[in-house]
Design a binder for this molecule. Structure first.
Ligand code: ATP
Ligand code: MG
Ligand code: MG
Ligand code: MG
Length: 433
């Protein structure tokens, strides 16, 4: 009979059988009689046990001398093992080195964060990044599931653009055959064009912002999901947003039990965030609440991290802050019917200090108003003519929002810093690896 080659994650199906597994050695320890090999193969982590009594002296010595991150094939029998967190282990009777490894830099001792991110190409192999990025993958897959289920189509927005929708200070400029091009900060305006063609669309791609301040929530390259819905007013959009966020959390709870445990994330707390609806609090009331709690804020300011943290913690849930001052929001947001100082917008703030997860609004539909806004913002009319066309040919009420994938990853995983939430983070001081 031939020995099946399997992945660690499938080991539970092979209890009592002899299998072959390709893996890397994370760590090892041993005594004179046993060698314990901590193995990983990218699907899970588990232990291989080599007993001196059961194998040749040559094989036992080989196992004892293996170096961290050596790649190997191990052969042996799978056993259930209650002592290990995975629940299974392999009793190794055959061992073949595939690729040697010497002086692997990330040793079992504690390392500083900067060092780990200098070695990110290797650090990806370790438990915390593994768990975090598996959860990121669930959020990506669940995003497609949710929007497919809701009848959206994915509309890819360009990343090279001629226009600068959110103001010019944090734009990356690049040469485009002698003219200026900008790396996209948002696919929003293109999503609006898509909504007029397909009714419900979402973009999902990278966004670039030359964020000069160093915070634990800002990357210069991040991924954003931007749904846009024709014939939808703001309240329906908020309902969609909260269902989407609850769906994402539910899928992670369903599929990443082991990863959440590896990260020590409180699952009951996460589950509590799936209770809908999320509170809606007006910007006006939010300012009052902050002032009552000794924050030095005045009507008109945008919230910083301490304000956002306080507000969401106050409600112990993600909370929508609605109707922000017009002066601090994008030009296309819909004017409030009763007030000219606020727009029909909402930010979704996450509790526990994870900040703004979503920004969104209903979009203004008035051609002349938007044209005047574009002029007022000093934006190049040649670049926005196409956008105004959307208001010229059958304009309809529509709303949309943008969710930052890495913000959502940090919130769900409980990671303190957004650099953990993306495979290769880009920040002011970090462009490699
Ligand atoms: P913030 O106030 O935190 O700077 P923003 O209001 O500038 O965010 P939006 O333009 O509303 O951000 O973008 C939509 C979403 O994209 C945000 O709610 C957030 O989740 C995410 N996001 C924005 N900027 C960044 C960034 N630099 N890095 C990672 N995610 C970001
Ligand atoms: Mg910002
Ligand atoms: Mg903001
Ligand atoms: Mg915002």
């Amino acid at each position: 009979t031939t020995i099946p080659t399997i992945q660690i994650v499938d080991a539970p199906k092979y209890v009592g059988q002899t299998v072959k597994i390709g893996a890397w050695l994370r760590q090892k320890r041993g005594s004179g009689k046993m060698a314990f090999l901590q193995l990983r193969d990218g699907t899970a982590f588990f232990q291989g046990v080599v007993a001196k009594a059961d194998v040749s002296e040559e094989l036992f010595n080989l196992a004892k001398d293996l170096k961290q991150e050596t790649s190997l094939y191990v052969t042996g029998e799978i056993h259930a093992d209650d002592r290990s967190s995975f629940g299974y282990e392999i009793s190794i009777t055959g061992l073949e080195v595939i690729g040697e490894s010497h002086d692997y830099p990330i040793t079992p001792k504690e390392h500083g964060t900067e060092f780990l991110f200098d070695e990110r190409h290797l650090y990806l192999r370790h438990i915390k990044p593994f768990a975090t990025l598996k959860i990121r993958n669930t959020l990506i897959a669940a995003t497609y599931e949710f929007f497919n289920q809701e009848g959206f189509i994915k509309l890819d927005a360009p990343l090279l653009t001629g226009s600068a929708p959110e103001g010019t200070t944090d734009l990356f400029e690049t040469d485009y055959f002698g003219q200026s091009a900008y790396l996209s900060q948002t696919g929003q305006l293109y999503a609006e064009a898509g909504a007029m063609a397909f009714s419900r669309v979402f973009t999902f791609g990278p966004a670039f912002r030359a964020e000069k301040s160093k915070t634990r929530r800002h990357l210069t390259e991040f991924w954003m999901i931007e749904p846009e819905m024709a014939f939808m007013h703001q309240e329906q959009s908020l309902e969609l947003q909260e269902r989407y966020v609850a769906f994402l959390i539910e899928k992670v709870l369903e599929r990443n039990d082991q990863e959440l445990d590896l990260l020590n994330r409180d699952k009951d707390l996460l589950r509590s965030y799936t209770q809908l609806p999320f509170p809606r609090v007006s910007y006006d009331d939010a300012i009052k609440l902050l002032q009552e709690n000794d924050f030095d804020v005045e009507w008109g300011v945008d919230f910083g991290s301490p304000e956002e943290t306080f507000l969401a913690n106050h409600f112990q849930k993600p909370v929508f802050i609605v109707n922000f001052p017009k002066a601090i929001k994008a030009f296309y947001m819909k004017r409030h019917p009763d007030r000219d100082d606020v727009v029909i917008s909402a930010d979704l703030l996450a509790p526990e200090g994870y900040g703004e997860i979503i920004g969104g609004s209903e979009r203004d539909t008035d051609y002349d108003y938007l044209k005047a806004q574009i002029e007022k913002e000093g934006l190049d009319m040649d670049e926005y003519g196409w956008y105004l066309d959307l208001r010229k040919y059958g304009s309809v009420p529509h709303s949309g929002f943008g969710l930052g994938l890495e913000r959502m990853v940090t919130f769900v995983t409980g990671e303190e810093h957004i650099r953990e939430a993306i495979p290769f983070p880009r920040m002011t001081h970090r462009l490699r690896p």
